[in-house]
Design a binder for this molecule. Sequence first.
Ligand SMILES: NC(=O)c1ccc[n+]([C@@H]2O[C@H](COP(=O)([O-])OP(=O)(O)OC[C@H]3O[C@@H](n4cnc5c(N)ncnc54)[C@H](OP(=O)(O)O)[C@@H]3O)[C@@H](O)[C@H]2O)c1
Length: 429
Amino acid sequence: MSSPLRIAIAGLGTVGAGTLKIVQQNAALLAARGGRAIEVVAVSMRDANKKRDVKLDGIRVEKDARALASASDVDVVVETIGGDEGIAREMVEAALNNKKHVVTANKALIAKHGLALAALAEKQGVVLAFEAAVAGGIPIIGALRSGLAANRILRIAGILNGTCNYILTTMQREQRDFADVLADAQKLGYAEADPSFDVDGIDTAHKVAILTSLAFGTAPNVSAVHVEGIRRISIADIEYAASFGYRIKLLGIATMEDGKLLQRVHPCLVPSASPLGVIDGPFNAVQVEGDAVGRVVFEGRGAGGGPTGSAIVADILAIARGDSYPPFTVATNQLLQATPAPLDAHQGSYYLRLSLKDEPGVLAEFTRAFAAEKISVHSITQRAIAADASAQVIVLTHQTNEAAVARAAKRIAELPISVAAPVVLRIEN
Ligand SMILES: NC(=O)c1ccc[n+]([C@@H]2O[C@H](COP(=O)([O-])OP(=O)(O)OC[C@H]3O[C@@H](n4cnc5c(N)ncnc54)[C@H](OP(=O)(O)O)[C@@H]3O)[C@@H](O)[C@H]2O)c1
């Protein structure tokens, strides 16, 4: 057997510690699968006195994570510190410059600086791997890179943030509103003290940008992702959606439309019994449509030390075997610069909840707004009288376009019969 592959782990929190445990617990099978022993030689963390459930016997502890990037006894640097700037970016760049392979779980870093880092890795002839950066334990990056590589990818859609899925699922199951469930999720440690990264869709956007690049062979472009979060989702909309056979999910979606790339993150209605509709709690799922394979769905745990560590160790094993590939599968100088598709032109069906005065003649008034925009209505249902005495009317449309729906919603909001602006949600069938 060849010499051991020597690993340094920067950051010993949830993911770093999870990775170390897998390497230690599964040492024999990893050595067999990688063709050589995997040995953690050094780690780094911020607070060396913090109690951690890990065994560090025989492992060097460096105060400064940057030392790992230049250590002569390290072949692979695993970055699990986080953040798209500062120490994480500095040490990843330094490690690549020192011709060390890098494995990271850091989606923010890869989404924002992945192209430059990939170019550097290619130049230095080393691997930059980030299976753990998207959907935790689900091997979606490996699947796009190899198992599905024969396909022209038509669409990729996923539940990529476990915190949001947990919040939406709990709102539905326990009939509680967003703020209430978020506060509990923070107490339980499912959501960060500053939840905006998760609930405002930013984390999902980072993951979409990475998946899009691998799926469509385009340069990652996170600034082109249209992003909406879940703060505006109410229990009323979750219940009305359910009554029509839908669930509300935060999806990250990428499609190529007329040669233009549309990347979007937003809450939407998906059929309750569909592969994404049934994903509950903190789980993640990714649905890929390829021209040859058809639809493939992956589901599993998107976070936590075990699942994320599983993805990191898979990348380490590929390095142990000598697998070598450009980080985004296609060499950086071959990645396409896709023109972003305007969301306004997006075709789809829509859910609108109108809050209207409960008086005769309102139906004729608001349906004129749909007619004026040539929007074909699938159904109109009056559901209830809300606490503010407004009639809650749910309109589901047939296929139409985003801009027309936005104009119709604006017209309705301006009508004297309108009590509040319509809630508009996209339907993904
Ligand atoms: N948590 C998940 O389930 C998950 C899933 C997928 C991807 N990720 C990604 O994985 C990365 C790590 O996430 P995490 O949840 O494991 O974070 P975490 O639990 O907060 O751990 C971060 C670690 O980095 C260490 N650290 C911070 N600043 C440092 C510095 N200047 N020098 C050395 N070490 C430093 C911390 O040290 P101390 O322990 O001493 O504070 C801690 O051990 C992030 O990029 C995250 O987005 C996480």
